[in-house]
Design a protein around this ligand. Structure first.
Ligand code: HEM
Ligand code: HEM
Length: 476
């Protein structure tokens, strides 16, 4: 050997030994060692470093490393997405997206393929965990005011990723082609009918035919394994790049402290990297143990002629299915969800007057108000559900008024009025800022939606009647 290699990637002309061995020749062929000058190599090095630094910071604010700022939730979401991509690709080796073969391919995967059941379990539980983790991450970002300028658009990117995750779960749900999957997707795609104007067209497009069948499975499979993962792989780097561009995460501060104050910064390696590795390993280990202990559910093979009773949507859409029991479908399936979505995306663009970025719950008063709103929704929502069980029967007996008014417009207007009255009441009573009042309404609506979801999952039995959880039984 004439000289020493100056870096790991390549060698210069004068470093080539007179008779290179086989491995050296292969290495030079890959890294074009003989063709590169030191200047070109330096260029490559800079390009690589600057690309990485678009996503990964060199230094971070020490305060943002506090566990109680992020709870590691964003990092956990990243780990889960990569686990899903990895296990998803493995599942593709065995899974067959045809109604006659899909269910059998899953049974074969579980019983005859080495580690097949474990891979499926990891995919299943990671997917469900991802919804929870991303939702908690959304809450942490909201409650630490990390959506204020200049982070507004990153909130929109995050919210879009959340939708992609929901649809990934939804499209994956059909793939095992068991009774649970078939009927859940049948009722969900059936709901599209109520979308004014484009509903029926959209339904036929998604189902790939007049009902859930071969076309639907092919559509869902392609969307699930190609289109949605591609969307995530574009959205995620964009999300991280935006964090980089605004100088890192929001810096936590106690109520009243000046926004401009910066603390000490520390090198990201090892401080941040070490924490990220610990979170990733602990999460992975927990998921592995969970997947070894609990199997992903698989019911009987789908039977289009026999619907289970009750037929329920996947759990993350149960809040909407529960609303369907109280509102006219036009409102439950279209008006309210669309308004919720618009409100979520528009949230950072409200004029808040005061920038509370980095202060948990905006202030001490904000925390108190959020608590009151949470308790009000926790008590009020079950009462409203119970009252409606009886009111709806009374409304049905009113002869001349159309149901979209008695079951739709009227309760919807009542709901809007109640939320507006709550906003005004809380703002006046506590002389609250705009930020605190908006937060109060947000908490109220989120808790109400969670209560509806829980009611739908655990308290609805045969015929979607209210029952105690232990009386539900298993849908056949
Ligand atoms: C696939 C789903 C998601 C992934 C993988 C992801 C990942 C991350 C990561 C790793 C961070 C930095 C660390 C942390 O804050 O924990 C972050 C920050 C952030 N995320 Fe997400 N996120 C996702 C969904 C969301 C959602 C649903 C929202 C809100 C609607 C959101 C809004 C934000 C914002 C505004 C920040 C900056 C926070 C700050 O500056 O303190 N993200 N995200
Ligand atoms: C965010 C990403 C993803 C989510 C949330 C997700 C979610 C799901 C869910 C909930 C199921 C049903 C699991 C069950 O109970 O059986 C499923 C199945 C499946 N997924 Fe994914 N998935 C994701 C990414 C992927 C990717 C990237 C691929 C492949 C490239 C993939 C391939 C599959 C296959 C082949 C099945 C059918 C096997 C089975 O149901 O066990 N998934 N997915």
């Amino acid at each position: 050997m004439k000289g020493k290699s100056s870096n790991n990637f390549s060698v210069t002309q004068d470093e080539i030994p007179e008779s290179p061995g086989l491995f050296q020749r292969i290495r030079y062929s890959i890294f074009l060692g003989t063709l590169r000058t030191e200047k070109v190599r330096e260029g490559y090095r800079r390009l690589f470093n600057s690309l990485i630094l678009h996503f990964r910071p060199r230094n971070v604010q020490e305060d943002t490393l506090r566990w109680t700022l992020t709870w590691g939730l964003g990092g956990m979401a990243v780990v889960l997405v990569f686990l899903l991509l990895g296990t998803g690709v493995l599942l593709k080796f065995v899974y067959q997206p045809l109604p006659e073969k899909a269910y059998e391919s899953i049974v074969h995967l579980q019983n005859e393929v080495l580690f097949g059941r474990l891979i499926r379990n990891i995919h299943h539980w990671s997917a469900n965990a991802l919804i929870l983790v991303a939702f908690l991450h959304l809450l942490r970002v909201f409650f630490t005011g990390a959506f204020h300028a200049p982070r507004q658009f990153n909130w929109v990117i995050g919210a879009t990723s959340f939708l992609v995750i929901l649809f990934s779960n939804f499209t994956g749900y059909l793939l095992p082609w068991d009774q649970l999957a078939f009927w859940a997707i049948t009722i969900c795609t059936g709901m599209l009918e109520y979308m004014p104007g484009i509903g029926l067209w959209l339904q036929a497009l998604i189902q790939g035919g007049p009902e859930v069948g071969t076309g639907t499975l092919a559509n869902f499979y392609a969307i699930h394994t190609a289109i949605l993962p591609a969307c995530l792989l574009i959205l995620m780097p964009f999300h991280f790049w935006r964090i980089r561009k605004v100088g890192g995460l929001v810096v936590p501060r106690p109520p009243g402290q000046d926004l401009g104050q910066r603390g000490t910064s520390v090198p990201a390696i090892p401080s941040l990297l070490l924490r990220e590795i610990v979170v990733a390993l602990v999460l992975f280990a927990s998921l592995l143990v969970f997947s070894m202990l609990f199997n992903a559910p698989l019911g009987q093979k789908a039977n289009p002629g026999l619907s289970p009773n009750p037929t329920k949507a996947p759990w993350y859409f149960m809040g909407i299915q529960e609303m369907l029991l109280h509102f006219h479908p036009l409102f439950a399936l279209f008006v309210i969800p669309v308004l919720m979505l618009v409100a979520l995306l528009a949230l950072p663009y409200i004029n808040y007057h005061v920038d509370t970025a980095g202060v948990w719950f905006a202030s001490t008063r904000g925390r108190g108000m959020a608590l009151i709103a949470g308790l009000a929704a926790l008590l009020g929502t079950p009462l409203a559900v119970l009252a409606d069980e009886y009111l709806i029967e009374v409304a049905a007996r009113l002869p001349t008024i159309p149901t979209w008014v008695t079951n739709g417009l009227a309760p919807f207007a009542l709901l809007l009025a109640a939320v507006a009255a709550f906003y005004v009441f809380m703002k006046r009573k506590y002389a609250a800022s705009n930020t605190e009042a908006v937060q109060t309404v947000f908490v109220f609506l989120v808790v109400a939606f969670v209560v509806l979801t829980v009611t739908g999952i655990w308290l609805r039995g045969t015929g979607m009647k209210l029952v105690w959880p232990w009386d539900i039984g298993t849908p056949g």
